[in-house]
Design a protein around this ligand. Structure first.
Ligand SMILES: [Zn+2]
Length: 430
């Protein structure tokens, strides 16, 4: 067993941030060798039970903050090198940068190289779990799963399905794409900490037959995830209306093909109406809010008020490479700014603890992994970060002056980036 003495951040079941300025985190392997949180709370209350026990290793981290590893609800690992590509909008960005780049992932050695860099970059930024798109090539999934497994990470990924409206090199075959998906589910889902996600790129790039097949797989493999994009911008919404005249809305296309259920995560979810939001709620599907991407592509903003009224599940995501940063701090900062669009009219803003929750315990809940990751309550897998709130002169000054938890967290959200993350610790199965 290891016990850490440090400031400690975690979340109550209702999403409220819980903070101990002098905290104790006890971690020990379970029967399967997965490191789990055994105890978390104030040092004063818990230390007598642990400090003099045999076999306990004590690690003191003065001036540091232990917090749950971040969970990124939507990211494209093959777009690691597409980040920061200049384009006039979503569709030109796909055509001119993303598709030509993704075509290279048919080459396993190339995919391995990007997957290794991607995984290290996630860890460097404090992200311990991501729901990731690969490309349409099965090799791209083998590469990311192998890289995640080597690092003991809980990673969820899937091969992209796109059998139409896609150029040569990334377009797959309707039937073969589904066969490959099922093969990859059987190869990777549930291996160590890995999970598979059925991954139609978005409705316009799959035929009815492919979407129907994806829905059948989603029914057959009920604990596999589903990920796609929905209602990101208005041109795209109009295109879907042309392609699927029978469906009530863009989101309803996915429902019509059996792709909305628990563990289904839809990136963006900006241009939804009330019926769509109710559908998200009723099916327990979740939205992945990607604010730096929405800013970069001027797509619109996620409506927090209406999402909360509908009781929708949601969490934060970088959406690299449409997104502008791997850093959860940059994403939380953008979420705050973008959130003001919908909230300021009512004199509200997103609370710092709520922003942090959306990228940790809230994102875990959206994945159906509450109590497993994204938190540091007893029983959780011990994926966590060691944060140095004094990593820059300005951060040291601001966090040193913080009078309460909101001020401390908000200083890091507004001023922070990868420099805050001193160490990322993953609960590796041994
Ligand atoms: Zn995306």
């Amino acid at each position: 067993m290891k016990i850490y003495r440090s400031a400690l951040l975690r979340f109550a079941d209702d999403g409220q941030a819980v903070y101990d300025s002098d905290g104790l985190l006890a971690v020990a392997p379970d029967a399967q060798g997965v490191q789990r949180v055994v105890a978390a709370g104030s040092w004063q209350a818990l230390a007598p039970q642990y400090i003099d026990r045999e076999g306990v290793q004590r690690i003191d981290l003065p001036g540091r903050l232990l917090a749950p590893g971040f969970v990124d609800l939507h990211i494209h690992y093959p777009q690691t090198d597409v980040i920061g590509a200049p384009a006039s909008g979503l569709l030109p960005w796909l055509e001119n940068y993303t598709f030509p780049h993704e075509s290279r992932f048919a080459d396993r050695a190339y995919a391995d190289g990007v997957a290794d860099f991607f995984m290290d970059e996630l860890l460097r930024n404090g992200v311990t779990t991501a729901l990731a798109f690969a490309t349409s090539h099965p090799t791209s999934v083998d590469a990311i799963m192998t890289a995640a497994r080597q690092r003991g990470m809980r990673m969820i990924a899937g091969k992209v399905l796109q059998d139409r409206n896609s150029p040569d090199g990334v377009r797959d075959d309707t039937e073969q794409g589904l066969i490959d998906t099922e093969t990859l589910i059987q190869r990777w889902h549930g291996v160590d900490r890995l999970g598979y996600a059925i991954t139609p790129r978005f409705a316009p790039t799959s035929t009815d037959a492919q979407l129907r097949g994806a829905g059948e797989l989603a029914a057959r493999y009920g604990d596999v995830w589903i990920q796609s994009h929905v209602a990101e911008n208005l041109d795209e919404v109009a295109w879907v209306k042309q392609l699927f005249p029978e469906s009530r809305s863009y989101l309803a296309v996915y429902d019509d093909f059996g792709l909305m259920r628990e563990r289904a995560v839809y990136a963006h979810s900006i241009w939804l109406d009330e019926t769509d939001r109710k559908l998200m709620h009723d099916t327990r599907s979740a939205a992945a809010i990607s604010p730096t991407s929405n800013q970069f592509l001027a797509s619109g903003y996620f409506d927090y008020i209406k999402a909360d009224e509908a009781g929708m599940l949601y969490g934060l995501a970088s959406d690299v490479g449409g997104g502008m940063s791997f850093s959860p701090f940059r994403t939380m900062q953008a979420a705050y700014v973008v959130g003001r669009e919908s909230l300021a009219k009512q004199g509200l803003s997103l609370a710092p603890g709520h922003l942090w929750w959306q990228h940790t315990a809230g994102a875990a809940r959206a994945l159906g992994l509450q109590g497993v990751i994204g938190n540091l309550q007893p029983g959780c897998e011990a994926d966590f970060v060691v944060i140095n709130p004094g990593c820059t002169p300005l951060l040291a000054r601001k966090t040193g002056e913080a009078r309460n938890l909101d001020e401390l967290l908000f200083a890091m959200i507004i001023l922070g980036d990868d420099r805050l993350i001193e160490q990322t610790i993953v609960s590796q199965a041994k």
